[in-house]
Design a protein around this ligand. Structure first.
Ligand SMILES: [Zn+2]
Length: 410
């Protein structure tokens, strides 16, 4: 028996894989395009990048003619535990879908995301699926299912009465899409989420208090400030869902690291964001998808919600706000993450800036020093796409190769 165990252990020990030389038409290193460069990967790391590299002895060479090799993209705002609302409304997913169903479906979403070239996701809330994001992340890390590296928020934190599903007789307890908590208990909840595996804390700075209402602030300044202080002292970033000027303002003053949506932000809030180094995840694709689910065909005139997203995006760019690439994927199909990039480009952002936002920009905003750029010593999370996305951003949808940690994704 003992000999058998030793033999099995030998079989299981990883054989040192040969270095891989990737030879695309050009390399986008996270900032600029470099025609004629190559990249050498050894183990899980990038070991060399540049023109005219010497092929190491025994290395495997992978030619990628006509392709652009980029850092694996980083989705800034996903919900792997949700699926598109035109398949099943959000309320029904939260109220009627069993946790196991949602979790199994999320494994499929994770693979679709990875195959689309997104090797990291910042997953901003399970929307009623408890701490299933932590379990999914562990299953991916353990190699049980394939998927991107995950930064998880677990259950987002909302003020009592300010989230859904709603509309029930007040005596009926229904599962909510987030955890409702207020006052000093908010700090306790921040710590509980972190203890349960949250890498980032998500707060709702504003929301609709009733059906059909516009969004209004939820947490007070004091509540938000205390929550951010508790998260930061535990080494976790905080992001705030905020679309109203006052909600954004409270979140910024509380010290959040990023704001999600920002749809009704004015020049004043964006100026404050730039001064405080707060990033914006504009989620143009979510607004676009929801408008289409309601019957918009994409032609002008666009609905008000789409117009206000475009307007705030332009104001934020004009103010010099650090821009994330994050589309709120889950509202629309996982694997279609590049939809946000196409919309950012269509709204006037230069393509190389969009590519930067989705790679080095997101990595810097989320504190991920080991990825997001192509440089020696960083993780070999890479994606090759056909053509030149600096010319036509839609090229990022035409994925020819994905590598995560030096391993080619099949
Ligand atoms: Zn979201």
């Amino acid at each position: 028996m003992r000999h058998l165990l030793i033999a099995l252990a030998l079989l299981a020990s990883p054989v040192a894989a040969a270095p891989i030389v990737l030879r695309p038409a050009q390399v986008f290193d996270g900032t600029a395009m470099h025609p004629g460069w190559q990249v050498i990967v050894d183990g899980e790391k990038i070991v060399a990048v540049g023109p005219g590299l010497t092929v190491p002895t025994g290395a495997a060479v992978r030619d990628l003619p006509g392709a652009t090799l980029m850092p694996g993209m980083i989705e800034g705002h996903s919900h792997l535990l949700l699926h598109p609302y035109n398949e099943t409304p959000w309320d029904t997913q939260v109220l009627n879908e069993p946790l196991a169903l949602r979790t199994v479906r999320a494994t499929v979403a994770a693979l679709a995301t990875l195959r689309a070239g997104f090797t990291t996701v910042r997953d901003l809330g399970t929307e009623g699926a408890g701490y299933a994001d932590v379990g999914l992340k562990r299953a991916i890390e353990q190699g049980i299912v394939p998927g991107p590296r995950m930064i998880v928020a677990t259950r987002a934190l909302v003020a009592t009465g300010a989230y859904g599903p709603r509309g029930f007789e007040p005596g009926v307890e229904v599962p909510l899409g987030a955890e409702a908590v207020d006052g000093p208990a908010l700090v306790t909840a921040v710590r509980r989420q972190i203890g349960n595996g949250a890498d980032i804390v998500k707060l709702y700075a504003d929301y609709r208090w009733g059906p059909g209402e516009p969004s209004r602030p939820t947490f007070t300044q004091a509540e938000m400030t205390a929550a951010v202080e508790a998260a930061h002292s535990a080494g976790r970033q905080v992001t705030a869902h905020a679309s109203t000027p006052e909600g954004m303002r409270r979140a910024i003053l509380a010290g959040v690291d990023a704001i999600e949506h920002g749809s009704d932000g004015t020049a004043a809030e964006f100026k404050l964001m730039r001064e405080r180094g707060v990033a914006l995840c504009p989620t143009l694709a979510a607004g676009d998808a929801i408008a289409r689910y309601r019957g918009w065909n994409g032609s002008d005139p666009a609905p008000d919600a789409v117009l206000s997203d475009r307007k705030s995006f332009a104001l934020a760019r004009a103010a010099g706000v650090k821009m994330c690439m994050g589309g709120d994927v889950g509202v629309y199909a996982h694997g279609d993450n590049a939809r946000e990039m196409v919309l950012m480009s269509a709204a006037g952002m230069p393509n190389t800036d969009v590519l930067h936002a989705a790679t080095a920009g997101n990595a810097a905003s989320f504190g991920l020093a080991d990825r997001g750029r192509i440089a020696p010593g960083l993780l070999a999370d890479l994606v090759a796409v056909a053509g030149d996305p600096a010319r036509d951003i839609k090229a990022v949808k035409d994925v020819v190769l994905v590598m995560k940690g030096g391993v080619i994704v099949e």
